[in-house]
Design a protein around this ligand. Sequence first.
Ligand code: NAP
Ligand code: ZN
Length: 352
Amino acid sequence: MGNAKAYSAATATSPLAPTQIRRREITERDVEIEILFCGICHSDLHAVRNEWSEFLPTNYPIVPGHEIVGRVTRVGSEVTKFKTGDLAAVGCLVDSDRTCPRCQRGLENFCPNLILTFNSPDKHLGGVTYGGYSESMVVDEHFVLRVPSNLNLAGAAPLLCAGITTFSPIHRAGVTKGKKVGVVGLGGLGHMAVKFAKALGAHVVVFTTSPSKKEDALRLGADEVVLSRNQEEMRRHTASFHFILDAVSADHDINPYLNLLDLDGDLTLVRAPAKPLAVPAFGLIFGNRSVSGSNIGGIPETQEMLDFCGAHNITAEVEVIPIQKVNEAYERLLKSDVKYRFSLDMASLREQ
Ligand code: NAP
Ligand code: ZN
């Protein structure tokens, strides 16, 4: 058992501040990881501020972070996937029961006994799990992913949540050449969706509320950019999309996007604002349209996504910051001022 430096929030209204946490001694199947980079997901901010109090109340203190890339420093005696010195990554999950039908299908993300990387019961130490805003962590090897060696590590970290959360529904929707795909919100998740849909050959349209992101969207691979507050621009795409992914972090009306779906088109929500949505039946009925949801991805698919990124040289566009700037980064997230993921350089924590 060891102490590790970390950043935590003490209440829903406190800033993140330096602290010390305990990490468990490795067991036979555990991998100990020195964390090199951790992405900042908008879910970290929702959790720190207890914005999901109805569904997933936050236990304080909270150490967020579930986009983790690092180097293996020790392995347990039965570990087969990793050795000391390897690159390793951890996403949103650190444990599950491994026996339920969902786990057996590789969908650990839907296991009823799922343990999230932060704010879930910690069966080893008691209390709750602590995430990646920390210098090290200990995780069962089943939940540790391999990182392709050609990827930039700061840019690879966000693949562990923003990457898999967009890859999974895009994959499931059968996105390929000849399909017209919309991405709503060019933030951490949205910009990854653009990269994946483009790599799969689709015609990609970005919907943004930020005129200043237009050039970037095209550079990232969008074929067209629509300013979603301009009704005339929106109307030009009526009934034309096979698939639209909504990756917005705040409440907004989905009705205008339903009207853009072609016959049998699907609008998948990956965003997670707490307030229920008003879904108009007529927007669905006239066109056999559907609204779906998607939640991260299982471990096998997460590895598949990382391997896909290795093969296509895909990483997130990151602004690398020291952890001391994390509170400032949260304020910028709230203003949609992120280009396009913050990646915390954990050397800044070790040197503190
Ligand atoms: P982010 O980086 O902050 O990006 C969100 C984007 O939403 C912004 O950049 C902005 O894009 C757009 N936006 C913000 N406020 C808006 C508003 N009022 N109206 C319309 N658009 C607005 O967030 P993220 O990390 O990508 O996360 C997005 C959402 O997905 C969050 O709610 C997060 O909790 C959720 N999430 C879900 C899962 C899952 O498994 N389902 C996993 C991870 C995250 P533009 O400037 O382009 O408009
Ligand atoms: Zn996330």
